[in-house]
Write a protein of this length. Structure first.
Length: 84
């Protein structure tokens, strides 16, 4: 994934092409001011990915994570229920 940083002054001068670039590439648009990222523009899919990562990290921190063996058993168990 590539980031396309844009200075706030550039964005104001040519906002349409900046947002089109982000939309056409499905990459986030980072808006910076004084060389510091101040804003991030995402599509809905990108937002959902970040939201899922946030939820996953909270679950891991709460001790709700599974090790590889447990995850594999759960997946294989669910698959065996689906087999016809």
């Amino acid at each position: 994934m590539e980031l396309y940083p844009r200075r706030l002054s550039e964005l104001v001068a040519d906002e349409v092409s900046s947002f089109r670039l982000a939309q056409n590439t499905n990459n986030p648009l980072v808006i910076d001011q004084h060389d510091k990222g101040v804003s991030l523009s995402l599509d809905v899919g990108g937002y959902k990915v970040i939201q899922n990562i946030h939820i996953s990290l909270a679950q891991l921190n709460a001790g709700k994570g599974l090790d590889h063996r447990q995850a594999k058993e759960r997946v294989l168990g669910n698959l065996s229920k689906c087999a016809v």
